[in-house]
Design a protein around this ligand. Structure first.
Ligand code: NAP
Length: 599
């Protein structure tokens, strides 16, 4: 007879394959929303947390469950809100002039939250009257409610991710996914083991306030750190539920439960601290450069070996709480040590990878609680994170192993410092001269990069482009898949500045247009334009596909200095006789250009 475990494994695999096919269809344009969407969906750890917080499993479980409910609610509310904020910015040219969409998703989500809170309050009221949830739903309704709400939710999550294959349907898809989440949560509230709603309500309120503030307030430039923070919360929830399950059963667990539980706790623990470290580096609370020391990889591998050894020991002798506690503590330490040697600029790959670990922790929680919706969403989340990290690595011409263990930023910077000079002369130019050049052109390609994000110059870029278009100049935007620090980073920023997405061209689309372009205007991009990637076999960038800016008739680069970008490699483009450097902060330079052109 097929066991629950086998069914779970089948579901896990099928969801992974399905996720792979759906997520490969998501265009680079929507990669940043995809990250936050999977983040929100991964908040499904809420359903497991609700049961732990509301059941009568003992004070330790209640406290851990309450924290887990708070963390997961923050993820769900914040994740869906910020995804919607991003998606609402993606518009086609004709939509720019159209009326703004009628019902803002924020309002819909708030309504859904109020509805959910209403259901909880209703249940709580009955409970206080002493009639108990048994009177209402147990045992008549709960099994059916749970079963059907989970089936419906799974379908809505998959539809939601499918919607991300086009900006046209993305928003509706995410609204469906948010509704799916509500279904799953409401269904879980009828769980037979829930005896009190006190802690659930409190966690729900705190999580909604924190998540809502994060989702509505965080600027688009801080999306990478928010995503990392959100992963850490989701992973912590999974880890805490695992700890609660272990102690609730006093460690008396079969191997079939102990394996996923150990996995849930270890992966959840390391993802929690690793993601916190990543967020702190990106927010510049900690030094962003890789911190390396002798024997680092040896120490990390030894620690991992001890963690794996402890897990194997626990499978054989599960009722050894000391070993369990050591394993949990070491997992937290391992997460920190894993991310310390990685440069802040490599963090997006790490974040995507941690996203996938978070998904695996969620799926493991699903196996422990035998909750199929968690297995499905965990698998979808895991696949999405893993695919995105692979895509990023491919676009950077690097391997995941190199990102994790290579301390890339440091090594390359050292190399570049030795031989950066002596490449020839560089031409600098003033805003007035650029204005004069722009008088006679017919086509301009704008190439945004990380510097545009740093300078928050996206609005200036959009204004300038509009002005050029009003003068009959053909303007296109060239978007490299790894320009900036997140997949799809430039798309989100330009969408925020109301640039229609049909003016954005991917690398393969735009490269044939460069030879026809009178001017390539590079705004804070560096590595993604470096011709050494094509021409210099000794360059660390060699083999990375780039935007062929060097083929334009003339090139104007807006940046502050000749300093290298993320890869720490000098850019040969700046020594090209066709290239002119407009030195200064990109936002200031654009303001000056705009003013000069207007006058
Ligand atoms: P980049 O190579 O990192 O260069 C950014 C440039 O922006 C710098 O050279 C800097 O020069 C300039 N800049 C910084 N602040 C500025 C300001 N306020 N005004 C004007 N310029 C400013 O950026 P990129 O060309 O976008 O390439 C992205 C890099 O990140 C690639 O190497 C990619 O592999 C890596 N990466 C991307 C992702 C992703 O998913 N997008 C993930 C991981 C890694 P100055 O200091 O001289 O101003």
């Amino acid at each position: 007879m097929t066991t629950e475990l086998e069914i779970g494994l089948y579901i896990f695999m099928m969801a992974g394959f399905l996720g792979y096919h759906i997520i490969t269809r998501v265009p680079p344009l929507l990669h940043t929303p995809l990250m936050s969407a999977t983040n929100a969906i991964a908040g499904i750890s809420l359903v497991g947390s609700l049961v732990v917080a509301g059941a009568n499993y003992g004070p330790l479980s209640t406290i851990l469950g309450f924290i887990a409910v708070t963390c997961s609610t923050t993820n769900v509310v914040g994740g869906f809100l910020i995804t919607d904020r991003m998606l609402s910015m993606f518009k086609r040219s004709e939509e720019q002039t159209a009326q703004p969409r009628r019902v803002p998703f924020g309002r819909v989500l708030v309504t859904l939250i109020v509805l959910g809170a209403g259901v909880i309050a209703f249940l709580y009221w009955f409970q206080q009257r002493g009639e108990g949830p048994e009177w209402m739903v147990h045992p008549r309704l709960h099994a059916e409610t749970l079963k059907y709400s989970y089936i419906l939710s799974s379908a809505l999550f998959i539809l939601g991710l499918k919607g991300l294959s086009s900006p046209k349907y993305a928003r509706k898809g995410m609204q469906a996914a948010a509704f799916g989440m509500l279904m799953a949560v409401v269904g879980t509230l009828f769980h037979p083991e829930i005896v009190t709603y006190k802690w659930i309500i409190l966690g729900f309120i705190i999580g909604s306030i924190v998540g809502g503030t994060m989702g509505l307030r965080i600027p688009m430039t801080a999306v990478p750190q928010r995503t990392a923070l959100s992963h850490s919360l989701g992973a912590l929830a999974a880890c805490l539920v695992g700890i609660s399950e272990y102690f609730r059963h006093h460690g008396v667990l079969s191997a079939v439960v102990m394996i996923p539980l150990g996995f849930e706790v270890v992966v959840g623990g390391l993802t929690f601290t690793g993601s916190l470290m990543a967020a702190a580096k990106l927010q510049e609370l900690l030094p962003g450069h890789p911190i390396t020391y002798k024997g680092q990889n040896l120490l990390n591998f030894s620690l991992l070996a001890v963690i794996v050894g402890s897990l194997i020991y626990l499978v054989i002798a599960p009722a050894t709480p000391v070993v369990f506690q050591v394993m949990v503590a070491l997992s937290f330490v391992f997460g920190l040590l894993l991310v310390i040697p990685i440069g802040a600029a490599d963090m997006p790959v790490v974040i995507a990878l941690l996203n996938s670990y978070g998904g695996l922790a969620d799926a493991s929680m699903g196996f422990v609680l035998m909750n199929k919706i968690q297995i499905i969403t965990g698998s979808l989340d895991g696949t999405s994170g893993f695919l995105l990290s692979l895509l990023m690595c491919r676009a950077m011409n690097r391997s995941v192993v190199n990102v994790l263990f290579g301390a890339f930023g440091k090594v390359e910077k050292e190399k570049s410092d030795q031989g950066a000079e002596a490449k020839g002369s560089v031409r600098s130019i003033f805003p007035e001269e650029v204005t004069a050049l722009l008088e006679d052109v017919r086509s301009v390609i704008i190439v945004p990069g990380y510097g545009m994000a740093v300078a928050q110059a996206q609005h200036g870029v959009a204004e300038l482009a509009k002005l050029l278009m009003q003068r009959g100049i053909n303007v296109k935007y060239a978007i490299h898949p790894v320009a900036g620090r997140m997949p799809g980073h430039m798309n989100v920023l330009l969408a925020e500045a109301n640039v229609p997405y049909d003016q954005l061209y991917g690398m393969e689309q735009i490269n044939p247009y460069f030879p026809e372009a009178d001017i390539a205007l590079v705004v804070g991009a560096n590595d993604v334009t470096n011709p050494a990637a094509k021409n210099d076999r000794n360059s660390p960038l060699y083999g990375m596909p780039i935007l062929e800016v060097d083929r334009a008739k003339s090139i104007i680069v807006l940046k502050r200095s000749l300093r290298p970008g993320f890869a720490g490699v000098d850019n040969d483009l700046y020594y090209d006789p066709k290239c002119m450097m407009l030195f200064g902060d990109a936002k200031d330079s654009l303001n000056k250009l705009f003013a000069a052109l207007k006058s």
